[in-house]
Write a protein that binds this ligand. Structure first.
Ligand SMILES: Cc1cc2nc3c(=O)[nH]c(=O)nc-3n(C[C@H](O)[C@H](O)[C@H](O)COP(=O)(O)OP(=O)(O)OC[C@H]3O[C@@H](n4cnc5c(N)ncnc54)[C@H](O)[C@@H]3O)c2cc1C
Length: 440
C-alpha cells in the first residue's frame, strides 16, 4: 500500500520530532526556509566548540516514550549529566545574586515588603484577565507590580503592561517572586496558588527530579542529532504554492520547483505565512516582535562562579541573559572559557565591535567574569523577530489566523511555538500527542 505524504514546515525541534514520530507510517518531508537545522535550538560551531541561541538545556520530562526518543541513544560519556536544579542567577538593582534566578522583592524597603506580602496574601476571586496589568494588580498587588515587575517586563518587552497578554509571565519564566522568609515559603508553597507565585529563596531549596544533559562540547543541536534525518530535510526551501480543493490541501509546490502530493500539512511556522502564501488577506494586529542579538565570546580567564546562566533585569544594562558554557560542561579548568550574551533589541543593525566591547564592559561590571578577562575570540549572531510579545489584540488575531487556516484547509495541523506552545515541555508533549493521533 502506498504511504500517505506528510509535509512538515520548519526544522525546529517541533518539525524534527514530528518527522521522527511519523516517518515510519508516512512519507515525510521537512521544508526549512533557512540553511540551519534546529530553529531556536540550532547551534553555531566555532573551531571545536558550539555556541547556542540562548540557554537550552536538554532535560528529561518524565514522559516514558519521549524521554526514550530524546535520551536513550545519547552517548552518556559525551554529556555532563546533572540531577540538581540548573544554577541560575540574577542581576537586578545593581547587584548580582547567585542564589536564584527569580525576581527578588526582599531587596525593597521594609514597609514595601510588608505591604507586598499583605497584598499577595489577600483573599481574591478567580478572574479572567484582559491584559498583564490587570493580572499583576489582581494576583500580585500594586507594590510588586510597580516596584518589581514593571521594570523587568519593560526590559524584555519594551511595552506597557496594558499592551501585553496575561500569560507573559509564564512565557518568560518570571511568574515566581521571592518575598517571604524560608519557613513561610515552605508553608505557602503547599497551596497551588502560592506555589505558582512564590519562589524558593535559593535554587538549592528546590528539588528538581529530572535529569539534565549538556554536551561536553556544547551545542543544543547535539541533542537533536538523534532525531535529525538529513534525507528528509530540504534546506533553503519554502512553499510557493498550495493547491486546495474542497477544503483540502492536495498539492504543494516548492521554491526548488518540486511538487509534492500532500495528505497532511504540519505547519510549525507562523500561521500568517500560510495565509500570505495563499494570498488570503485578513485584518488583524501584529504582535510586537523583537530581535535577538547574541554576542558569543571566548575569554582567557576562568569563570569565577558556578552559575549555568544568569538573567539581567537591570535596565542600566543591555545584556538580558548570559550562558556560561564551561559551567554547563562542568569543565571550568580548561580553556576556552566561553559564554553567550543575549540582548533583546528593536534595532535591525549593529556595530559588531561596539556591541562586543560593551558586553565585555557590562560582564565585568556585573562581576560575572574577572576584571582581568581578555577577549580571545568573539562573533555575533542575529535572529530577527525571535522574541514575540503578544498584545491582547495580536493574541486574538493570531488565534483567529489559526482558525481561518483550519477553515480553509481541513488537513493542516499547527504545532510548536507558533501554536501557543511556548515552553519546550508543552511543545514536546503536544507534538507527541498530536502525532500519535495521526498515527492511529
Ligand atoms: C527567546 C526565547 C528563548 C527561549 N529560551 C528557552 C530556554 O532557555 N529553555 C527552553 O527550554 N526553552 C526556551 N525557549 C523555548 C524553546 O526555544 C521553544 O519551545 C522551541 O525551540 C520551539 O521550537 P519550534 O520548532 O516550535 O520553533 P522554532 O525553533 O522557531 O523552529 C521553527 C523553524 O521553522 C522555520 N520556518 C519559519 N518559517 C518558515 C517557513 N515559512 N517555511 C519554512 N520554514 C520556516 C524556522 O527557520 C525554524 O527553523 C525559548 C524561546 C524563545 C523565543
Amino acid at each position: 500500500m502506498n504511504k500517505k505524504n506528510i509535509i512538515i514546515i520548519g526544522s525546529g525541534i517541533t518539525g524534527l520530532l514530528a518527522n521522527h514520530l511519523l516517518k515510519k507510517k508516512f512519507n515525510t518531508f521537512i521544508i526549512e526556509n533557512t540553511n540551519n537545522i534546529g530553529g531556536l535550538l540550532s547551534s553555531i560551531k566555532f573551531k571545536d566548540m558550539y555556541f547556542d541561541y540562548g540557554t537550552h538545556i536538554a532535560f528529561k520530562i518524565n514522559h516514558k516514550k519521549l524521554d526514550k526518543i530524546l535520551f536513550d541513544k545519547l552517548n552518556k560519556k559525551e554529556w555532563n549529566i546533572f540531577k540538581k536544579s540548573v544554577r541560575e542567577g540574577i542581576y537586578n538593582f545593581g547587584r548580582l545574586d547567585k542564589n536564584s534566578g527569580t525576581l527578588d522583592a526582599r531587596n525593597l524597603e521594609k514597609e514595601k515588603i510588608v505591604k507586598a506580602q499583605k497584598e499577595i496574601l489577600k483573599k481574591r476571586q478567580k478572574k479572567r484577565f484582559h491584559n498583564l496589568h490587570e493580572r499583576l494588580i489582581h494576583e500580585y498587588g500594586e507594590t510588586l507590580t510597580f516596584n518589581i515587575y514593571k521594570k523587568a517586563i519593560k526590559k524584555i518587552a519594551n511595552q506597557g503592561l496594558n499592551n501585553i497578554t496575561p500569560d507573559f509571565l509564564e512565557n518568560f519564566s518570571i511568574e515566581r517572586v521571592r518575598l517571604f522568609k524560608n519557613n513561610q515559603v515552605l508553608n505557602l508553597k503547599r497551596k497551588p496558588f502560592y506555589n505558582s507565585k512564590i519562589s524558593y529563596n535559593k535554587i538549592s531549596d528546590r528539588n528538581s527530579p529530572y535529569e539534565k544533559y549538556y554536551h561536553k562540547k556544547g551545542g543544543s543541536i547535539n541533542w537533536l542529532k538523534q532525531i535529525i534525518d538529513m534525507k528528509k530535510i530540504s534546506l533553503n526551501t519554502f512553499v510557493t504554492k498550495v493547491q486546495i480543493k474542497k477544503k483540502k490541501i492536495l498539492n504543494i509546490k516548492l521554491s526548488n520547483n518540486k511538487e509534492i502530493k500532500c495528505h497532511k500539512l504540519i505547519w510549525s511556522a507562523p500561521p500568517i505565512s500560510f495565509l500570505r502564501m495563499i494570498k488570503k488577506k485578513i485584518k488583524g494586529v501584529k504582535p510586537n516582535s523583537r530581535n535577538l542579538l547574541i554576542a558569543h565570546l571566548e575569554i582567557n580567564e576562568k569563570i569565577n562562579h558556578n552559575l549555568h546562566y544568569m538573567t539581567c533585569y537591570d535596565t542600566n544594562f543591555k545584556i538580558y541573559r548570559v550562558t556560561f558554557y564551561s559551567n554547563l560542561r562542568n569543565d571550568n579548568q580548561n580553556k576556552p572559557y566561553n559564554l553567550s550574551c543575549e540582548i533583546i533589541t528593536d534595532s535591525n543593525s549593529y556595530n559588531e565591535k561596539k556591541v562586543i566591547n560593551n558586553v565585555l564592559k557590562e560582564l565585568k561590571s556585573m562581576k560575572v567574569i574577572s576584571s582581568k578577562s581578555k577577549l580571545i575570540n568573539s562573533f555575533i549572531s542575529f535572529k530577527k523577530s525571535a522574541v514575540i510579545i503578544h498584545s491582547p489584540e495580536s493574541y486574538k488575531s493570531f488565534s483567529n489566523q489559526i482558525k481561518i487556516c483550519k477553515k480553509i484547509a481541513k488537513n493542516i495541523l499547527f504545532l510548536g511555538r507558533n501554536n501557543f506552545k511556548h515552553s519546550l515541555y508543552q511543545n514536546l508533549v503536544d507534538t507527541y500527542d498530536q502525532c500519535s493521533k495521526l498515527k492511529n
